[in-house]
Design a protein around this ligand. Structure first.
Ligand code: ADP
Ligand code: MG
Length: 363
């Protein structure tokens, strides 16, 4: 296994790129530590597969380098990089049995049959496919085919990294949660570096210790699931993570204060010196409280959704929609209410980027 470093990486599929818009990856600098569980999270088309294929060697980047520890592997073909990749759709040999499919990557490397048997048995147990070992792969359900595909990625112990590119796409929704937690458990047992690519926040946040969030060919934030939730570095991360995502409200910053209309909104702490003028306030629905006649922003309830564990209130403050997540009693549609924001969780964003810092003693 190895530490993987991406340095000054850029990639364009166009032979003559002229501007940033022609680059699927704009500029990537990133280090994946040995043994880590990472997720690469972002909407479709943001460059996730491009990045994975550059790490595995299926693509050579237009610019920049890839290092495995200190070795520059930028121009090495996939076979010499010692990585395992699991794709969106199962890659298995239909005519072989499940056992032979799982054994293939090991036999291919010249492992003796005793080692093959030991590894195949162990992986089959972890994936709960032991009873299928003698079945021909052609006869498996799509879910089980993908499980075997994952098993083929996990069976070797000498790989630098195991990469999963949206592996649960073909899995039935009711099995997804099971495989998701299985993968997490497998990471803890196998201890290989794993990179899990997905556009689904739940998959990313349950699997990874560190999540890399991408947008339009760039990394916007790297952090633990809690860091991404609590301090989104960019409004994009605030929107993309959370359900519903962070409320983002236009504001005007003057005299060190942020005004939404005429209301001064109390922020977590001081703002960057260049924040004056148009900016945005970010507050997660979890930190918005509702009262009938307390202090706060005047708003009118548009809808209330009961989602089981809590209620999601959608209210309008002027022409702005604000969500609040409430644990207990909620108002009714049509009610006039006051919305209050928890100060320590109220952030300022300038040009999309976080521009406030936590202040002392702010509750
Ligand atoms: P993701 O995996 O996040 O959905 P991709 O890495 O597949 O994103 O794609 C990133 C961008 O590169 C998209 O705009 C996509 O259309 C473009 N792209 C991907 N593959 C190719 C290709 N083989 N040729 C040209 N453009 C491509
Ligand atoms: Mg993709």
């Amino acid at each position: 296994m190895a530490q993987i470093t991406l340095s000054n990486l850029r990639h364009s599929y166009s032979p003559n790129p002229s501007g940033d818009a022609d680059y699927a990856l704009k500029k990537i600098d990133l280090t994946w530590n040995d043994g880590g569980a990472y997720a690469l999270l972002g909407p479709s088309g943001c460059g996730k597969s491009t990045l994975l294929n550059i790490i595995s060697g299926l693509l050579v980047p237009s610019e920049g380098k890839i290092l495995f520890d200190d070795q520059d592997v930028t121009s090495l073909p996939p076979a010499q990089r010692n990585i395992a990749q699991v794709f969106q759709f199962p890659v298995i040999y239909d005519t072989m049995t499940v056992y032979d499919n799982l054994a293939f990557p090991l036999r291919n490397r010249g492992r003796d049959e005793a080692t093959v048997k030991e590894r195949v048995t162990a992986i089959a147990e972890m994936l709960e496919v032991t009873d299928m070992l003698t079945t021909r792969a052609a006869n498996l359900s799509p879910d089980n085919k993908q499980k075997i595909s994952m098993g083929r990625g996990l069976v070797r112990q000498d790989v630098n990294v195991v990469m999963f590119d949206e592996p649960l796409t073909v899995i039935d929704p009711h099995l997804k949660w099971k495989l998701r937690s299985k993968l997490k458990e497998l990471h803890q047992r196998v201890k290989a570096t794993m990179i899990y690519v997905t556009h689904d926040q739940t998959e990313a946040l349950t699997f990874a210790d560190q999540v890399v969030v991408m947008q339009e060919g760039e990394i916007v934030q790297i952090g633990t699931p809690v860091e991404l939730f609590e301090r989104p570095a960019h409004t994009f991360v605030g929107h993309f993570i959370g359900s519903p995502g962070m409320n983002v409200l236009p504001c005007d910053v003057r005299d060190g204060g942020a005004f939404f209309g005429d209301e001064l909104i109390r922020l977590e702490g001081p703002v960057q010196s260049n924040a004056d003028g148009a900016a945005e306030i970010g507050i997660r629905p979890e930190f918005v409280s509702v009262s009938g006649n307390g202090s706060g922003l005047d708003a009118k309830v548009r809808k209330v959704a009961d989602v089981g564990r809590h209620k999601v209130v959608e209210a309008m403050a002027g022409d702005r929609r604000i969500h609040a997540i409430l644990e207990g009693d909620a108002p009714n549609a049509g009610d006039s209410i006051k919305l209050a924001f928890k100060q320590s969780q109220t952030r300022l964003y300038k040009d999309g980027w976080l521009a406030s810092t936590p202040g002392e003693g702010v509750q």
